[in-house]
Design a binder for this molecule. Sequence first.
Ligand code: ATP
Length: 304
Amino acid sequence: MTATTEPTYGAPGDGTSGELILDASGVVMRFGGLVAVGGVDLQVHQGEIVGLIGPNGAGKTTFFNCLTGMYRPTEGTVRFEGQVLPPKPGKVVRAGMARTFQNIRLFGNMTALENVMVGRYCRTSSGALTSILRGPKFRREEEETRARAQQLLEFVGLGRQAAHLARNMSYGDQRRLEIARALATDPKLLLLDEPTAGMNPLETQQAMELIFKIRDQGLAVVVIEHDMRFIFNLCDRVLCLVQGKTLIEGTPEQVQSDPRVIEAYIGTGDGTEDDEEMDEIVREDEADLRRDDETGTDPREQRP
Ligand SMILES: Nc1ncnc2c1ncn2[C@@H]1O[C@H](COP(=O)(O)OP(=O)(O)OP(=O)(O)O)[C@@H](O)[C@H]1O
């Protein structure tokens, strides 16, 4: 079945006033004598996009791991919808938090559709015996899972690549596939670890549009990213970590103009020239895509 309607997740968010869904308080993570995260607070509301920035080694991924049950924080608490979740990623996913990783973690020899179906299994109820016997309940659930996975592929713009092996897809499409797989778990909060790493400017722009579309479905999104232009254009709020501690949290405008952030992370330039260069590359990529649409080829396949 090829479903074309977009999945719904709840009321559209307005980016500011949704319910509090994630409340991390005083999170500390030590590895022996190293304090990777040194007492960080973060609140995330439904329908909000929050950016997490900071120089290499600032503790961003470690903090993500504390939020998503990969690590039990040394100190502090993480509440999701008011509950302290056990430090077990499977339970965290079932509670409604999904994430992607810095390094792509797809099943390369499975199709795009199968990869998304794998994400969906945390929401199905067929036990081992039903699955082995392939009874009516299993077949019904399998059909629903397939339909939902196809629907999600359409949502992220990969509907026509359902049968492609993940390993043969372009880098940008693999990243979108990872997002589709995370969405298959029906999350209320999506955490993205460097979703645009390795993407070209056009793919980055498409990733931003996809994240807005996800937010408009009522999800909250937390994004780690090094691409400052991406973060400041995307997020409602930005938290900057330096050496495991919060340097500043605020609107993109507040964070962007804070000289300490510029010193710690951005450098002293104002980025204007970079922006112009980036806009030019996006324009060139779009022109390429338009040309290749006319000739029926995908320029990404020709990319080294
Ligand atoms: N499992 C671990 N054991 C020991 N030290 C760790 C571990 N994971 C991370 N660290 C250390 O904790 C600090 C924070 O690392 P982390 O990966 O969270 O930073 P980051 O901000 O995500 O960096 P990047 O932007 O480079 O991904 C670093 O000094 C890192 O070496």
